[in-house]
Design a protein around this ligand. Structure first.
Ligand code: FES
Length: 134
């Protein structure tokens, strides 16, 4: 059983009221990442407009830290240029959450990694679309 008292108020807020949960219909990119150690996994959908993250959503099957970190991550990168958004890592997520217990620090990696996969998916789809138009 998870010890909830180890978390900051920010973690509990994002865990209990996660932002940007769900799927985006006709997303421009989808990334999925799982942690083989704990079995938790995150899926991230993105919509890109003029190279900016116009919309982002996630679904997480994981611990409170992974859900809170995914929620915080989506808030950070929404509206960012894709090039800047892929630079956002677990340190920024942890900062937004106050801190994470040492044993939970790896949980903040899932969303940035799933997001990176979504951006790669977006790039591949864009390239195929461009090739198809020639
Ligand atoms: Fe698996 Fe948190 S314990 S992501």
């Amino acid at each position: 059983m998870e010890n909830i008292s180890q978390y900051t108020a920010q973690v509990l807020d994002h865990f209990q009221n996660p932002r940007n949960v769900g799927e985006i219909e006709n997303a421009d990119g989808l990334g999925i990442i799982g942690d083989p150690e704990c079995g938790d996994h995150v899926r991230v959908w993105i919509k890109v407009d003029d190279e900016r993250i116009a919309d982002i959503s996630f679904k997480c099957v994981g611990c409170p830290a992974a859900i809170a970190a995914s929620s915080a991550f989506t808030e950070i990168v929404r509206g960012m240029h894709v090039d800047d958004a892929v630079e956002v890592g677990d340190e920024e997520v942890e900062k937004a959450l106050g801190r994470l217990p040492d044993a939970k620090r790896h949980c903040s990696l899932l969303a940035p990694e799933a997001f990176f996969g979504a951006v790669m998916d977006y790039v591949v789809r864009s390239t195929r679309r461009d090739d198809g138009e020639k």
